[in-house]
Design a protein around this ligand. Structure first.
Ligand code: SF4
Ligand code: SF4
Length: 99
């Protein structure tokens, strides 16, 4: 069962190192460019963060740590979302909290 915590999760991540996903329009260019074909980031996982769905974020730990941080997705993003910075911040959050 998910635990909804509202905007606290996104605010926490912004304090830790920045988290920027509100400009995402869900176009999918990032997924098309990803060498791993990751379809979770950022169209779903980043939305979980913005909605404060911490349990859903924790459940995607493997996805967060499988990203190569290659930035191919960012180079294709028309909205300028800082995808890899968001992934780094998410990794710190997951590790520090022992999630
Ligand atoms: S390319 Fe950018 S705007 Fe499009 S879904 Fe990916 S992060 Fe969102
Ligand atoms: S940075 Fe991560 S999500 Fe983006 S293209 Fe590379 S492996 Fe895929």
């Amino acid at each position: 069962m998910s635990t909804l915590i509202g905007p606290a999760l996104a605010a926490d991540l912004r304090r830790r190192g920045g988290f920027d996903a509100q400009a995402c329009m869900g176009c999918g260019y990032c997924t098309a460019a990803c060498p791993l074909g990751i379809d979770m980031l950022p169209r779903r996982l980043f939305r979980y963060v913005l909605f404060g769905m911490d349990a859903e974020v924790r459940a995607e730990l493997e996805t967060v740590f499988s990203c190569l941080l290659c930035r191919a997705c960012e180079q294709s993003c028309p909205a300028g979302v800082h995808i890899t910075d968001n992934v780094r911040t998410l990794r710190g959050w997951l590790l520090e909290e022992g999630r």
